[in-house]
Design a protein around this ligand. Structure first.
Ligand code: IPE
Ligand code: IPE
Ligand code: MG
Length: 245
C-alpha cells in the first residue's frame, strides 16, 4: 500500500538570502479589523519585527532592512505621526530588553535630520549598545525614501567632483553604491511586502534592481516565522538570472 508522504517545506541551508528587505505594512488595517486604534497595530508590528529578526538571525540571514517610516509618512495626520515617533522612541529606549541575548546589530538608515534630538540620542545609544554584537544586522529605515537616498548620493558625488577628489569617470555604479546607506551590507536578495499592496512605496529603489519580490495578503502584525519560512522557500525555488540565459 502506498502512503502519501506529507510534504514539509524544507529550507535549503546553502541558499539562505543574505539580505532581506521588509515593508512592514498593514498595521492600521490589522488594528481596524479588531476595533483598535491604529497605534495598537503599530505596537503589535514592532513585536512582530523582533520575532522575525530573531528567526532570521537563527537561520543565517546576514541583514534585514525593515521599513518603519517613509519620507512620505510625514503626510499622515499629526496624531498618527506623533504616535509613531513615540513608539519608535520607546522601542529604541528599550534596546537592552529588546536586544539582550539576540546578538543583533541595530542600525538606523534614512535622513535623521528631521527626527527629534530625543530620538537621535536614543538611536546613538541603541546603535552603540549593539555595535559589538556579531549576528544579523538590522537596518531600521526611518524617514527613509529610495529617491531621497539616491538624491543624497548624487549630491555627495557632485561634491567630491567639484572638490577634485574624483573625476567624472569615477562615477560608476560601484561608486554610487558606496554612497548608499547599504554600503556595508550584502546585496539585497529579497523584498517582502505583506498587507496585499503590490508596490515598493519608495523602498530600496537602487538596491532592488535584481531583488526577488514576495507579496502576501497578511497584515504585518500577523506575520509569523512560518510566513517568513514560506517566503524563503519560494525565493529558493526562483531562478535568478541577472540578465543571463
Ligand atoms: C505600516 O502600516 C506602518 C507604517 C507605514 C508606519 P500602515 O500604518 O501603513 O497600515 P495600513 O497600510 O494603513 O493598514
Ligand atoms: C510603506 O507603507 C511604508 C512603511 C511600511 C513604513 P505605506 O502604507 O506608507 O505605503 P503606501 O502609502 O500604501 O504606498
Ligand atoms: Mg500602509
Amino acid at each position: 500500500m502506498l502512503f502519501k508522504k506529507s510534504r514539509t517545506i524544507q529550507l535549503d541551508k546553502d541558499n539562505i538570502p543574505k539580505h532581506i528587505g521588509i515593508i512592514m505594512d498593514g498595521n492600521g488595517r490589522w488594528a481596524k479589523k479588531r476595533g483598535l486604534p491604529r497605534s495598537a497595530g503599530h505596537r503589535m508590528g514592532a513585536e512582530t519585527l523582533k520575532k522575525i529578526v530573531v528567526y532570521c538571525n537563527k537561520i543565517g540571514v546576514k541583514c534585514v532592512t525593515a521599513y518603519a517610516f517613509s519620507t512620505e509618512n510625514w503626510n499622515r495626520p499629526q496624531k498618527e505621526v506623533d504616535a509613531l515617533m513615540d513608539l519608535l522612541y520607546m522601542y529604541l529606549q528599550q534596546v537592552e530588553e529588546q536586544f539582550a541575548g539576540t546578538n543583533v546589530i541595530l542600525r538606523v538608515i534614512g535622513d535623521r535630520s528631521r527626527l527629534s534630538d530625543k530620538i537621535n540620542k536614543a538611536i546613538d545609544y541603541a546603535e552603540d549598545y549593539t555595535k559589538n554584537n556579531t549576528g544579523l544586522i538590522l537596518n531600521v529605515a526611518l524617514n527613509y525614501g529610495g529617491r531621497a537616498e539616491i538624491t543624497e548620493a548624487a549630491k555627495l558625488a557632485a561634491n567630491a567632483l567639484s572638490k577634485g577628489e574624483i573625476s567624472e569617470a569615477d562615477i560608476t555604479e560601484e561608486y554610487l553604491s558606496s554612497l548608499m546607506y547599504t554600503k556595508n551590507v550584502p546585496e539585497l536578495d529579497l523584498i517582502i511586502r505583506p498587507s496585499g499592496e503590490l508596490r515598493l512605496s519608495n523602498f530600496l529603489l537602487w538596491q532592488s534592481a535584481y531583488a526577488e519580490l514576495w507579496f502576501a495578503d497578511i497584515n504585518w502584525p500577523d506575520f509569523s516565522e512560518k510566513d517568513m519560512e514560506k517566503a524563503i522557500v519560494d525565493y529558493q525555488a526562483r531562478n535568478r538570472r541577472f540578465g543571463k540565459v
